[in-house]
Design a binder for this molecule. Sequence first.
Ligand code: IMP
Ligand code: MG
Length: 187
Amino acid sequence: MPKAHEKFLKEILIPENDLQARIAELGAQISKDYADKDDLLLICILKGGVMFMTDLSRHITVPHAIDFMAASSYGVGARSSTGRVRLDMDVTSQIRDRHVLIVEDIIDSGYTLRFVLDTLKVRQPASLRLCTLLNKQSRRAVDIPLDYVGFNIENKFVFGYGLDLDEKYRNLPFIGVVDIEELGNND
Ligand code: IMP
Ligand code: MG
């Protein structure tokens, strides 16, 4: 029986092995960079960052806490940001004087991350950095400082490994490119 996602899958952009190898590298780099910091807090941006954060966390050898935040852009257009972002769920952790590392699935326009960075910055963390699995640089509308990037990708709509296609297929172990024509046929 064909799997449901195969209909929408144009190609596998990043296979599971490549993803996991790169996440191990990022974890090693972060472990090195935060080796002398005793209060690291990873903040996962829901929902897309959840797979990445759980795998990344297991490669970070420095003791650290985790928390979750959800933000979404609102207004027109389900598949592109509008610049108006709202906080759907806040962290429960104290931020002040802690070393905060935001863990995100993808940076596209940058509006979501700009909002998240601004929201956390006013709470006076000791440091505030960003780790994104994917970066679509060509789509950037606002400047975002990139500290850790898994993969730079072209302007294609992707899904899997935390990223959804209409809220589904986040569980796929790879990053796939959406077949826009197939998707259009179903709308
Ligand atoms: P922004 O445009 O940088 O604000 O990105 C907003 C959010 O859109 C990201 O955090 C993702 O959740 C989502 N997003 C952007 N590009 C894609 C994609 O190619 N596939 C799935 N979700 C995406
Ligand atoms: Mg996201």
